[in-house]
Design a protein around this ligand. Structure first.
Ligand SMILES: [Cu+2]
Length: 315
């Protein structure tokens, strides 16, 4: 329980530098509560038996006088327990709020209902890739409503607020994969606002960052488009194999006519796809819910062109 990185019945594995401290304060308060609960119940039961009135005129019924010794005896130990929890709480809080100067920075945008992790080389990903053994600092903001970045295994949780930046930092020792949740109720798909932290070794992280950077320059448009659609989470809602997802499939969709919810027809061409990406609410495909987020300001023109090239190629 104390100082272990394995998951327990109550807690996920302790995967970040903050985890052990958070758990230790939690278990300290937990055991302080258990011990005082048992002691109070035991004393209560004992006194009921020992001091019960044997007849109604018994002197024991008269009020007990004030006792300074007794009051100090039950105040000081409680104060000591609270002071210990407060001390470690403040230390932990300060450490969690103070990223080291050499931390690796990633910008995070939360929006209904996904995460965008933006790297210094311009790459944006739907999952958070980080190197192991290096402190990582997230600078986060929201495009719409309140969200909250939460990785239980890191014991890190930070609100993400529209119109301002919030920060979180952590260091993870072992490569692995961890779950990210949104933990601030943010609308109908709040529970599906999921992503992964993928912790690479330092070398693998550098390789990964190179392989995803400059894809528009390095890859043919269809391949770059496919990568973009995977990274930005399009393919979580749109299939390319004909399966019906949250949104329509793109298999064989190019050039076909879509029925829109307002009864009009729309041919699947460059302008329609572009408009669907920038202003998804302006044309809703019949039979689908209006849940697609806008990618205005999140995708450059060249990226949209690559996406169109990929959609065209899905026969
Ligand atoms: Cu959210």
């Amino acid at each position: 329980m104390w100082f272990t990185s394995d998951p327990t019945f109550w807690m996920p594995a302790q995967a970040s530098n903050h985890a052990a401290l958070v758990d230790n304060i939690y278990y300290f308060l937990y055991w302080a509560s258990v011990i005082s609960f048992v002691a109070c119940m035991f004393a209560g039961a004992l006194f009921v038996l020992k001091y019960r009135a044997k007849n109604i005129n018994d002197k024991a019924l008269s009020q007990v006088d004030h006792s300074t010794t007794l009051e100090l005896t039950w105040t000081l130990p409680v104060f000591a327990v609270a002071a210990v929890a407060f001390y470690f709480g403040v230390m932990g809080f300060v450490s969690m709020k103070t990223p080291p100067d050499d931390a690796y920075e990633v910008n995070v945008t939360a929006y209904k209902w996904a995460w965008a992790f933006n790297y210094a080389n311009g790459h944006t990903d739907g999952n958070l890739h980080i190197p192991a053994g290096v402190p990582v600092k997230l600078t986060m903001s929201s495009d719409d409503v309140l969200h909250s970045f939460y990785v239980p295994a890191f014991r890190v949780k930070q609100d993400v607020v529209p119109g301002r930046y919030t920060q979180a930092w952590f260091e993870v020792t072992e490569p692995g994969e961890y779950q990210i949740f949104c933990t601030e109720y943010c609308g109908t798909k709040h529970s599906e606002m999921l992503a992964k932290v993928i912790v690479h070794t330092e070398d693998d992280f550098k390789k990964w960052l190179d392989s995803v950077g400059n894809i528009l320059d390095r890859l043919p448009p269809e391949e770059a488009g496919k990568m973009l659609m995977t990274q930005r989470g399009c393919l979580a809602c749109h299939s390319i194999d004909g399966a019906k997802g949250v949104g329509p499939t793109f298999k064989g969709s190019w050039g076909t006519t879509r029925k829109l919810a307002d009864g009009s027809d729309q041919v699947m061409d460059e302008n329609y796809v572009r408009q669907s990406i920038m202003e998804p609410q302006s044309q809703i495909v019949a039979g689908f819910p209006p849940v697609m987020p806008t990618f205005k300001g999140k995708l450059e023109d060249r990226e949209i062109t690559a996406i169109i090239a990929f959609i065209k190629s899905i026969k």
